[in-house]
Design a protein around this ligand. Structure first.
Ligand SMILES: Nc1ncnc2c1ncn2[C@@H]1O[C@H](COP(=O)(O)OP(=O)(O)OP(=O)(O)O)[C@@H](O)[C@H]1O
Ligand SMILES: [Mg+2]
Length: 504
């Protein structure tokens, strides 16, 4: 039974046709994949369906009757739930309040705290989450916030659920819990629309697929079982996509590390961390959500307190004050995982975002920033990373999620750092651009940069890292030298995560 249909939907923005006659049908008891490269129009379609954007053409049908939602509130009331690509939790509220925002339980006219707690706990338990409903959402990690957002969408118990990259910043373990819930919804006769750049997931949970390319649907509601992974990728890319091959790169182990941690403990709970990254080396940090990888990067950059041990840069013990100090005085770049809040200035142009890290240097050197130098620099990165923009003056906030991520990496590349700390560089990045990112990171290492790579994407880790350091509970569990044999590596890494820690 067809629950929802989008028929020949158009959406125009200044300079781009984000949707051009897109059609798809969501069936009861089905999980429908919506695929396409960064900027193809996936999120725009979801926003049109939920009434956040008004379509410029076409129609939407719910249970066979035409609908036009004036706001997300109206679509929610009609039984359409959504997890948007951007996080939307309200900062001043607790986890429980956020989850139940649409229908806060009251008793005698007052918000009922106990009911919030127990009702929210039920949805958190559904996802096996160990998060306190009374905790303020500002204390959550990126991954936890994403999971809470999913719990919130589930709590509405809608018949149609739209998930825009819900697994982007969570690890396979957490994603599996979501998939168990999606399975339940499917068996319950709901319709789910699922957006993801992780094709393994798509083949694991979806049965139907629509592929968008440049705003048009190149495959409309096809059966996924009839397609191979390569065929799906070719449809998205619009030509035959070739597998990435990276040239050999060796690390000189006799050279002193550029970045070294010894016996580091932090206020966020790390104990006795030893780590070294040499010039030309990519060291990976792997672990489950909550292992403390991003927090370690933050402590290193002075954003959290180091309580014991030593950080050495080029052999000298240092205390980095903040990201600016790291860049200016130590040539350390930091690509944060939290691009929306920390990585990109949404209200600024793409150009300004890319040039921001060299702004200081240029203006100190010349007293001003020549527009020509800026636009040449920007053009280079736009081309190299395939950033999809209408013009360099476009505001970063209006780029698709993946394209914002590209801008946030570009500015650090422009800064010409010697040490780069990269946290989840390809979250939400499409297959083709992911390869371009991997090549770039690989080339930076080949040119002598020391790179500390945090990623939850195991294939990415095994493609790039020379060594994988595995963390659990804010400690280093051990290390695996990468031989690029995926099966053997992933087994070793997973085994380390679950191994009992040797008692010293
Ligand atoms: N508010 C807006 N103003 C101007 N242009 C926009 C706006 N929202 C989206 N666009 C443009 O519409 C196009 C489609 O963007 P959309 O966010 O739908 O892509 P997407 O398929 O979700 O990509 P991603 O995989 O990166 O999330 C892009 O070119 C984007 O820059
Ligand atoms: Mg999107």
């Amino acid at each position: 039974m067809t629950l929802f249909v989008a028929e020949r939907v158009d959406k125009l923005f200044p300079g781009v046709r984000a949707l051009d006659g897109v059609t798809l049908a969501l069936e009861a008891g089905s999980v429908h994949a919506l695929l396409g490269e960064n900027g193809a129009g996936k999120s725009t379609l979801i926003k049109v369906i939920t009434g956040l954007y008004r379509p410029d053409g076409g129609k939407l049908l719910l249970d066979g009757s035409e609908v036009a939602f004036g706001s997300p509130h109206e679509s929610a009331a009609a039984g359409i739930g959504v997890v948007h690509q951007e996080r939307n939790l309200i900062p001043g509220f607790t986890v429980g309040e956020n989850i139940l925002l649409q229908k806060l339980p009251t008793s005698r006219g007052l918000v009922d705290r106990a009911a919030i707690r127990s009702e929210a706990s039920r949805w958190l338990a559904e996802l096996d989450l160990d998060i306190d409903p009374d905790q303020p959402v500002t204390e959550l990690s990126v991954a936890q916030a994403q999971l809470v957002e999913i719990a919130k969408a589930l709590s509405v118990e809608s018949r149609v659920l739209l998930l825009d990259e819900p697994t982007a910043s969570i690890t396979p373990n957490e994603a599996d819990r979501l998939f168990r819930v999606v399975d339940k919804l499917k068996n319950d006769g709901r319709a789910v629309l699922f957006v993801s750049h992780k094709l393994e997931e798509v083949f694991q949970i979806c049965d139907t697929v629509t592929v968008l390319r440049d705003g048009s649907s190149v495959l409309e509601s096809g059966a996924l079982a009839d397609l191979t992974r390569d065929q799906v990728v070719d449809l998205m890319v619009g030509r035959v996509h070739e597998a990435l091959s990276l040239p050999p790169r060796t690390v000189d182990r006799s050279v002193d590390p550029l970045l070294e941690l010894s016996g580091v403990s932090t206020a966020t709970g790390h104990a006795d961390i030893d780590l070294a990254v040499r010039p030309g080396e990519i060291v990976g940090l792997y672990g489950l959500v909550g292992a403390g990888r991003s927090e370690l990067a933050k402590a290193l950059l002075g954003l959290d307190r180091i309580t014991a041990g030593e950080v050495r840069i080029r052999g000298r013990a240092v205390r980095i004050k903040n990201v600016r100090d790291a860049l200016r005085n130590h040539k350390i770049g930091y690509v944060t995982e939290n691009r929306k809040e920390e990585g990109v200035f949404l209200e600024q142009s793409v150009s300004r975002n890319i040039a921001v890290t060299i702004w200081d240097r240029l203006s100190k050197l010349l007293g001003y920033v020549p527009a020509k130098a800026e636009s040449a620099l920007v053009a280079r990165y736009v081309e190299q990373l395939g950033i999809r923009i209408a013009s360099p003056a476009q505001l970063a906030g209006t780029l698709s999620g993946g394209n914002q991520q590209k801008v946030s990496l570009a500015k650090w590349l422009a800064a010409q750092t010697e040490i780069l700390i990269i946290d989840e560089p390809t979250v939400g990045i499409d297959v083709r651009t992911k390869d371009a990112f991997h090549t770039l990171i690989w080339d930076l290492a080949a040119n002598g940069l020391a790179i500390l790579l945090i990623t939850s994407d195991l294939p990415e880790m095994i493609t790039l890292a020379d060594r994988v350091v595995v963390m659990r509970d804010h400690r280093v569990q051990g290390e695996v030298a990468n031989d690029h044999d995926y099966d053997r590596m992933s087994q070793q890494v997973i085994r380390l995560i679950h191994a009992e820690r040797a008692v010293a």
